[in-house]
Write a protein that binds this ligand. Structure first.
Ligand SMILES: Nc1ncnc2c1ncn2[C@@H]1O[C@H](COP(=O)(O)OP(=O)(O)OP(=O)(O)O)[C@@H](O)[C@H]1O
Length: 362
């Protein structure tokens, strides 16, 4: 299953011209406010008729300006999750979940309902009304309701934006399960880089109505040229590794291709593969293997490229085993270390610099 979008639309001073593919998994539409994310999502949902182009879901044309095709929103079979869940307040959670089947005159599929309820962890909430749910619980129910409309894809427009950090942390593992267990394209709009780093399999980076870059999340996060677009304070590469041990001192050990990483305790079984975002500004470089240092993670690496910023900063792209690491340092330090492509060095990362929210399932 895959969504193909190639559309153009103008509003006064703003022009959207965007083409991308959203395969199964989470495709994050990421960009500043006004980049055109909502306009794109509305076009896919059928809430906006673009001036030109084509939208195709799994071989079916949803919109084709040349052929004069524009399916009505309910005919597109797309599940939509908004920022605020928009649950029906007078219905219980069970009633909300049964709603999509009711309006289409189908009988709710009990096995499918049970599977969705289990996946989202909402079994204990079924008799409650939305007024008695936390924000995170409401969003889980909203996701469940969208899934039970038998959609061919999901659109999620800033689904976590209204939640505090704690609620967000609580719901992210459910969205990871959704991504991994449902074989659906999920178009996910977000301003928040931490969410994109956790969930996205594909990233579409938008600016001023255009696609700056689209591709696998790891590749975009590893590109030093894109770091300013992601935001220099938050940019960082994604490493993939396997949990090998949980130590009694509260650290979890992850084997990555270039060595091992000790991280604050993660809730994951040994053998589980995880993705970790290491923020470029949390990486220190040393030409020689340092000794007597408090930082626990020292990965041998080779410089691939150096990207000069406009100010005093440089982003170094390094290869550590199969993984890429980005490091943000001053030009002065880069010169003092005589960094250049091909030079070997060591990337040093404090364990506690890696936030729990930056560690997620692959
Ligand atoms: N109905 C409309 N009429 C005129 N201009 C519009 C309309 N809808 C959106 N725009 C303009 O189109 C541009 C893109 O808006 P859009 O809502 O798609 O951006 P966005 O990336 O979703 O932003 P945000 O993150 O703030 O939601 C903005 O400049 C906006 O003002």
């Amino acid at each position: 299953m895959s969504l193909l979008v190639d559309i153009g639309h103008g509003f006064g001073g703003f022009t959207l011209e965007a083409a991308f593919e959203a395969p199964e998994g989470v495709t994050a539409l990421f960009g500043r406010s006004g980049a055109g994310k909502t306009t794109l999502v509305n076009a896919v949902a059928g809430l906006l008729r673009p001036e030109r182009g084509r939208i195709d879901l799994d071989g079916e044309v949803l919109f084709d300006s040349a052929a004069g095709v524009c399916l009505k929103p309910h005919r597109r079979r797309i599940g939509y999750v908004f920022q605020e869940g928009r649950l029906f307040p007078h219905l219980t959670v069970a009633g909300n979940l049964a709603y999509p089947a009711r309006v289409t005159g189908r009988k709710a599929d009990a096995a499918e309902t049970a599977r969705v309820v289990e996946m989202l962890g909402i079994g204990a909430l079924l008799e409650r009304r939305p007024g008695a749910l936390s924000g995170g619980e409401k969003q889980r129910v909203a996701v469940g309701r969208a899934l039970l409309s038998a959609p061919r894809m999901l659109l999620m427009d800033e689904p976590l934006a209204a939640l505090d950090a704690e609620r967000k942390a609580e719901i992210l593992p459910y969205l990871e399960r959704l991504r991994d267990e449902m074989r659906l394209p999920i178009l996910y709009v977000s301003h928040a880089l931490d969410e994109v780093a956790r969930l996205a399999t594909t990233v579409v980076l938008l600016a001023e109505g255009r696609v700056v870059r689209a591709g696998p999340a790891e590749a975009l996060f590893a590109d030093p040229d894109l770091a300013p677009r992601f935001g220099l304070r938050e940019a960082g590469a994604l490493l993939t590794g396997e949990v090998v041990a949980h130590h009694p001192d509260g650290l979890s050990e992850l084997r990555v291709s270039g060595g091992t990483l000790l991280l604050p305790r993660v809730q994951a079984a040994e053998g589980q593969r995880l993705r970790v975002r290491i923020e470029a500004q949390d990486v220190i470089l040393s030409r020689h293997r340092p000794e007597g240092l408090s930082a626990l993670n020292i990965l041998p690496a080779v410089v691939v490229a150096l990207k000069q910023g406009e100010g005093p900063g440089v982003i170094a792209q390094l290869r550590a085993g199969e993984d890429v690491i980005l490091a943000r340092l001053t030009r002065r330090s880069a010169e003092a270390l005589d960094l250049a492509p091909g030079r070997s060095c060591h990337a040093i990362v404090k364990s506690v610099a890696v936030a729990r929210g930056d560690i997620g399932r692959v």
